[in-house]
Write a protein that binds this ligand. Structure first.
Ligand SMILES: *Cc1c(COP(=O)(O)O)cnc(C)c1O
Length: 248
């Protein structure tokens, strides 16, 4: 059966089993890898099915959708992560629902988050987003820029850097995808030796529905999975209604 016809709970159990098997292949326990369930475009009722099945960590790519879904699921024991590109003027809104930002990709954003967190008197777990694919269209620091960035982050005391996040090259070429994952792992390993944050930089957020088993084999501690649990995302509105905004 495909992910579209199986239930959310069954798909989630299947993903957990695959993660556990891949973790064992990499010499780690299943508990070493966290499944961050990506809920973008998925209605709150279907997200709730996953929560009822025991899922607690949820990820959203856009601030407004994240806020709305977090409000719809208020009262549930869930924790939201922001995983998409974040504009500095959305910092206030993201901090209303997210307990973690995995898409920290520039100093100006770090400074904006710090300022708001100081005002709120709280801290925030962050992941530094690294561009491992060399694609100009992707956000994130280059591996070479990362050490200097970590030094700057050390002065921002409300931010708690936990590790690194990447999006691999969008290709079916396993060797290229694994190269991206290894690049992130190498970036982390160097940072753990050299960066002011040292061993606190443990996390590797990498792998999505199509490649999360490879990512776990390469050392992922967080995988960000959506479609493997919820089924394929619908195509954009412009596909269904030619002439709608965004068509062509
Ligand atoms: C949507 C998204 C994912 C999950 O992609 P799936 O194909 O649904 O597994 C992972 N990371 C980011 C940053 C995303 O935007």
């Amino acid at each position: 059966m495909s992910t579209a016809t199986m239930g959310v709970a069954a798909n989630l159990a299947d993903a957990h089993a695959r993660i556990a098997a891949a973790a064992l292949r990499s010499g780690r326990s299943a508990q070493a890898v966290r499944l961050l369930l990506v809920t973008k475009t998925v209605a709150p009722e279907r997200v709730l099915e996953a929560v009822r099945a025991g899922q607690t960590d949820l990820g959203e790519n856009k601030v407004q959708e994240g806020r709305q879904k977090a409000e719809a699921l208020a009262g549930e024991a869930v924790r939201w992560s922001m995983i998409g590109h974040l504009q500095s003027n959305k910092v206030k809104d993201v901090l209303r629902f997210a307990g973690e930002v995995q898409s920290l990709d520039r100093l100006s954003l770090a400074v904006a988050l710090e300022k708001r967190l100081q005002f709120l008197g709280t801290g925030l777990d962050v992941f530094v987003q690294v561009n491992t694919s060399n694609e100009a269209s992707k956000y994130g620091l280059t591996p070479e820029e990362t050490p200097a960035f970590l030094k700057e982050l050390a002065a921002l005391h409300a931010l708690r850097p936990k590790g690194f996040m990447t999006l691999a090259t969008f290709t079916p070429d396993e060797a290229e995808v694994r190269r991206c994952f290894r690049c992130l792992r190498d970036t982390r390993d160097r940072a753990r030796n050299d960066a002011p944050q040292g061993a606190a930089l443990a996390e590797l957020s990498m792998g999505m529905s199509g490649d999360y088993e490879w990512a776990v084999e390469e050392g992922a501690t967080v995988v960000r999975v959506g479609q493997a649990v919820f089924g394929p995302r619908p195509l954009p509105d412009s596909h269904y209604w030619p002439g709608a905004a965004g068509a062509g």
